[in-house]
Design a protein around this ligand. Structure first.
Ligand SMILES: Cc1cc2nc3c(=O)[nH]c(=O)nc-3n(C[C@H](O)[C@H](O)[C@H](O)COP(=O)(O)O)c2cc1C
Length: 182
């Protein structure tokens, strides 16, 4: 079956869940929230990643290798109430970050519309959107949004601000219109 998300014909409840370390993905999440409203939730871990970038890269590589799903501190009340679930994340090691894998494994999004969004350091989405589809086999996964964020490796932290945030806002609106969410 094919259907598009249509917020005008029926009031659809929106959840926006995102993972963000240096706030680029958070900036996109906030732009989406400004357009569509709903509940905005940052994913937090029971045991946060190290502050050190290289240590984090190594820990993530190990988690990806072993399939370890880090336990989430964030709890979402009554996930059944939502129709539209935006899931936002950076690209980490060209993959979906382990905490987002934890989220998608822990919560059942079957029957819901799932909409991914991403920021990355310039190497693109990698396998992230594909993994979202695989972890949401009974959801209607719509076309995702991606844009370049920072590059912590090179000391570039939050870059989606000022003029870049204005550009991002236009891009986000165009994407949401294309999906018929706006
Ligand atoms: C552990 C780690 C791994 C990363 N791996 C990649 C990568 O494989 N490809 C890429 O383009 N950027 C990579 N990045 C850069 C982030 O995707 C980019 O900075 C993103 O905008 C960060 O989003 P945030 O500010 O919401 O945390 C990595 C960053 C971290 C911290």
């Amino acid at each position: 079956i094919h259907f598009t998300a249509d917020s005008t014909s029926a009031a659809q409840k929106v959840l926006i869940v995102y993972l963000s370390r240096t706030n680029n993905t958070k900036a996109i999440a906030e732009l989406i929230h400004k357009q569509v409203g709903g509940t905005l939730v940052a994913l937090e871990l029971e045991k946060p990643y190290p502050e050190n970038y290289q240590a984090t890269v190594q820990q993530v590589a190990k988690e990806n290798e072993t399939g370890y799903l880090p336990p989430l501190k964030t709890k979402i009340d009554n996930i059944q109430q939502y129709d539209l679930v935006f899931v936002g994340f950076p690209t980490w090691g060209m993959q979906l970050p382990p905490p987002m894998k934890s989220f998608l494994r822990q919560y059942n999004l079957s029957g819901k519309t799932v909409i991914p969004f991403n920021t990355n350091g310039g190497y693109g989405i990698g396998s992230t959107f594909q993994t979202v589809k695989e972890l949401c086999p009974s959801s209607n996964v719509l076309e995702g949004f991606t844009m370049r964020g920072g590059s912590e490796r090179d000391g570039q932290l939050l870059v989606i601000q000022g003029e870049k945030a204005t550009e991002a806002e236009t891009a986000v609106k165009n994407w949401l219109r294309k999906l018929k969410v706006l």
